[in-house]
Design a protein around this ligand. Structure first.
Ligand SMILES: NC(=O)c1ccc[n+]([C@@H]2O[C@H](COP(=O)([O-])OP(=O)(O)OC[C@H]3O[C@@H](n4cnc5c(N)ncnc54)[C@H](OP(=O)(O)O)[C@@H]3O)[C@@H](O)[C@H]2O)c1
Length: 257
């Protein structure tokens, strides 16, 4: 089997949340480059339009839906729009997420609920919507959730984030277990520190520099470091892989887990 055939996303329909920046925007470009038609979802329309134009310029196919992942009706409309334009979504990347810093004892109800609503509820219900549409269309598919090494370890000052991402790992397994017989695979990618808008300032800080020293490979990740895990889980190359979490972190978890 040729790698180009094994990892292709030709004829696939992808929906990616949090596609307006960082990892989501990058993975959308990778999906389009590898043949998928992509529905880009986030709240910032201009950013989505910019990415759509870039994908178009590169010869790919993408459309946009402005939606908040905490709004289930809006997300259902995003799936409807993808279906109408391209067909049933058979590759869903539940990526949208936020970080709010606060010590556990200082975490307000607002920080807690906003973090859970976006990172955990948003991922679970997006994945659930994707699964129900695949089931209705009797189509196989791949659902990828974006967890974090923060869901497999704990760190001071981001407790709500740690808990939400641990929940993503569990939600991924729960869905994978029940959907396996239907040929719908559900897996997570758990990135380590990767330079994006989410954390750029933090990575440049003194604390960020100390963390970089802990990473066995001696550097932070770039969005492109996720490409291998993403193409593996998205494509038929992973046809017998489900319920797993692939850690992409330059070895960081070994030193903190
Ligand atoms: N960067 C890292 O080091 C790292 C490490 C581990 C895991 N992750 C995870 O990777 C994912 C992407 O993070 P990133 O680093 O790419 O951060 P980012 O550049 O800040 O991107 C976050 C994306 O999520 C979207 N988003 C946030 N809240 C949303 C909502 N309520 N509804 C719809 N979209 C929403 C944002 O779009 P709008 O603001 O336009 O809605 C944006 O596109 C997150 O789940 C994050 O936890 C990142």
């Amino acid at each position: 089997m040729l790698a180009s055939e094994l990892f292709t996303l030709k004829n696939r329909v992808a929906l990616i949340t949090g596609a307006s920046s960082g990892l989501g925007a990058h993975l959308a470009e990778v999906a389009a480059e590898n043949g998928a038609k992509v529905m880009l979802v986030a709240r910032r329309r201009e950013k989505l339009e910019e990415l759509q134009a870039n994908i178009d310029k590169a010869g790919g196919i993408a459309a946009i839906t402005v939606a908040d992942v905490t709004d289930r009706a809006a997300m259902a409309r995003a799936f409807d729009a993808a279906e109408k334009l391209f067909g049933t979504v058979d590759l869903c990347v539940a990526n949208a997420g936020i970080v709010r810093s606060a010590k556990a004892v200082d975490t307000t109800e607002e920080i807690w609920r906003e973090t859970m609503a976006t990172n955990l509820d948003g991922v679970f219900f997006t994945a659930q919507e994707a699964a129900n549409r695949m089931l209705a269309a009797k189509k196989p598919g791949s659902i990828i959730t974006i967890a974090s090494v923060a869901g497999l370890s704990v760190e001071r000052g981001v407790g709500a984030y740690n808990v939400s991402k641990a929940g993503v790992v569990q939600a991924t397994k729960v869905l994978a277990l029940e959907l396996a017989r239907k040929n719908i695979r559900v897996n997570a990618i758990a990135p380590g520190y990767t330079a994006t808008d989410l954390n750029r300032e933090f990575l440049d800080s003194e604390k960020g520099k100390r963390i970089r020293e802990q990473i066995p490979t001696g550097r932070f990740g770039e969005p492109g470091d996720l490409d291998g895990a993403f193409l593996l889980l998205a494509s038929n190359a992973s046809q017998w892989i489900t319920g797993t979490t692939i850690v992409v972190d330059g070895g960081h978890l070994m030193t903190i887990g």
